[in-house]
Design a binder for this molecule. Sequence first.
Ligand code: FES
Length: 204
Amino acid sequence: MTDNGQVFHINTRGILPSKGPVSLPEELEKRADHFIKQYPQSRSAVMPLLYIAQEHFGVITQAGVEWVAKKLSMPPVQVWEVATFYTMYYKKPVGKYHIQVCRTLPCALSGARKVSEFLYKKLGLAPGEVTKDGMWSFEEVECLGSCGTAPMCQINDVFFENLTDEKLTKILSRIEKEKPDLRFSTVRDELGAGLEGCPKSEII
Ligand code: FES
């Protein structure tokens, strides 16, 4: 039962249990309030608040969903519906570097399958799996809006485009070595520095 008296029925596969009433650190609460004020209807802030919850918990947990729902006076199940619609919200734990390979038609025609097969061979990962050391995870997703530079993938929040086996080999080994910040922080409102010398978005 949630604070607003609604029973929270969700598909619990992959979502971590809530450990009780949630409040986030003051900085995050303030950040959330800042977003809520931007909209005439508070529920319009559901996406930025889900990002805050994900940044705090590392993944969309039941506690995170309940926190967003309470902030926005929404039924938790509606927050969960938004979280499950978009692949940028992680519904189960991912690796430190989470690779999302686009498999929609333009990427599929340009070699997306080869990219997935390469990752399977290189990292020993099938879609949805995380490496034992927690470094990598991988999934296939639908169009990421970079069809002109297919095939492409997104690693955390940074695009890598016009992929080939050679290019991916270099990217993965540099990430292993340099551990770059590839995350967008809703709290800091900025994208990490990325992989030096590797454009965040490139058009060839
Ligand atoms: S089809 Fe892959 S980015 Fe659009």
